[in-house]
Design a protein around this ligand. Sequence first.
Ligand SMILES: [Zn+2]
Ligand SMILES: [Zn+2]
Length: 284
Amino acid sequence: MRRIGAHVSIAGGVSNAIYRQQDIGGNTGQIFVSSPRIWKVSPPSSEEASSFRMQRKKFDQAPYVVHSMYLVNLGTKNDDIFYKSLKALQEELNVAHMLGIEYFVFHPGAHTGGFEREEGLKRISQGLNELLVPKDTKLLLENTTGKGTTIGRTFEELAAIIEGSDKDFSSLGICFDTCHAFCGGFPIHTEKGLESTIDKLDEVIGIENLGVIHLNDSKHPFDSRKDEHEHIGMGYIGDEAFKRFLNDPLLTNIPLILETPVSQDLDHSWDISKVKSFIRNSDV
Ligand SMILES: [Zn+2]
Ligand SMILES: [Zn+2]
């Protein structure tokens, strides 16, 4: 069975995420466990956590994903930000463990504060060394558009971070965001471009180390280095490209998480239905 869901809110208690996912027709999901734009992580009570686990089991939403807050940056020379990031990541990982969540996605960071790219890459690897990744959770580095000094546009950079750390693919992996790849210069909108991108991913990272796909269309054109998500098929990637992507035999076992916009007349249920209609020969 294909796993398709969306990033949903935990407002009012973390188990509400499960009901929200049920409402939109998802069978996997992603949440923030803290406000994405403030440093503080407030863990759920043990009652809330066990209710989340129970409801998730009941509705068979799996696997599940925590997305880290946006503030974290392990690629910076600034010690204050680096250590704040480490602390926040560890606290969020601990919440993922409490909730029994399988994947934890974060953006590798940006080389700021006077660091060159190579120094930024090294510091991210050092940061990974400091983190205690719970046994049942995988830490996934997400590909980025490569905007500004952002690290992680290419599979080679993601691999270099992992190889530079003392961890390996038993606790680490990657998350592939279709909008980020497209705006980062990977031509996944063409048949050839999709094939070469997937081949590269497999060669450099290994398809077995791809934990999660963020399925998003893009509000901006190919190679624009911008990052604004659009409803599936309504952006520059388009319907035909998503049909090919969703039926690529190498990707059929990877959970799909939508991070598309939510408006009054077009919410995630619309995107989920559309994705399902694009998948051939499957019991979705
Ligand atoms: Zn994403
Ligand atoms: Zn994005």
